[in-house]
Design a protein around this ligand. Structure first.
Ligand code: SAM
Length: 247
């Protein structure tokens, strides 16, 4: 899969993709990340990419012309397996389901906004989707693009050493039903008087599986009750779990 990133700060991406899983996947040719400097599609001496908003107001906006020209020259043809995504605080919320959909594509072209945002004609007539990574305002789309690429990259075939590790994580898979992952522990079995739950040391796979489900449910109830509500009404879900233990 190829990620094309359109930004006025190409150097921003020197760091994030040069470590860990994404760096290894790039080196192995499992994915390609191409960063494009938006200013290459300006035509004035100052390489201007911004202008004042019509109607007045604070700050500057990114002009439409260089953005349109850049996207149309990076991808002269679009097709169903390529999506142009505008990173924007006003977009639909990015989540693991969207990430899985993106991971099945051939290419994503990510437009990073700056200043007070991007001329709305980019969202209306150029981007296929307008995506936000959370209900807060970043100073630019670069961090959002890096987050999105990281999330999608680890879902691509062959990127994670153990394919199962993406399946049973938070928000994914049959085992976790889209709730949070369970708490995990490593050695030492006792640290500063805090002991690892006995069952994890027992070697009883079925009991460990049950404990993990219970612990994941408990953590989700505590930290993200909204996720439980999304899957099933909570009473029904708890009832189902209780039923399992009586099997
Ligand atoms: N005036 C805009 C608003 O209130 O919605 C915020 C503009 S923000 C300072 C500049 C750029 O950062 C945006 O164009 C977008 O590309 C990016 N950005 C900010 N928050 C974001 C978020 N939650 N998700 C994705 N991109 C975001």
């Amino acid at each position: 899969m190829t990620f094309e990133v359109l930004t006025i700060f190409p150097d921003f991406f020197r760091g994030p993709f040069e470590h860990g899983i994404v760096a290894r996947a790039r080196a192995a040719g499992l994915l390609d990340i191409r960063v494009h400097d938006l200013r290459n599609w300006t035509h004035d001496r100052h390489r201007t990419v911004d202008d004042r908003p019509f109607g007045g107001g604070e700050g500057m906006l990114m002009k439409p012309e260089p953005v349109f020209e850049a996207v149309e020259s990076i991808w002269p043809e679009r097709g169903p397996n390529r999506r142009v995504v505008l990173l924007s605080a006003q977009g639909r919320l990015f989540d693991q389901t969207t990430a899985r959909r993106y991971a099945s594509l051939d290419g994503l072209l990510l437009i990073c906004g700056r200043y007070e945002g991007v001329d709305e004609r980019v969202a209306e007539h150029l981007a296929d989707e307008e995506i936000s990574i959370g209900d807060y305002v970043l100073s630019g789309g670069e961090l959002a693009a890096a987050v999105l690429i990281d999330v999608v990259a680890r879902l691509l075939p062959g990127v994670l050493g153990n394919e199962a590790s993406a399946v049973n994580e938070s928000f994914s898979g049959k085992e976790t039903l889209g709730i949070l992952d369970c708490p995990q522990y490593t050695r030492p079995a006792e640290f500063r008087g805090w002991k690892v739950p006995e069952v994890l040391l027992s070697g009883h796979h079925e009991e460990i599986r049950r404990w993990r489900r219970e612990a994941a449910l408990e953590k989700t109830r505590r930290n993200r009750p909204d996720l439980l509500a999304k899957i099933l009404p909570e009473q029904e879900f708890v009832g189902q779990e209780a039923g399992k233990h009586n099997e």
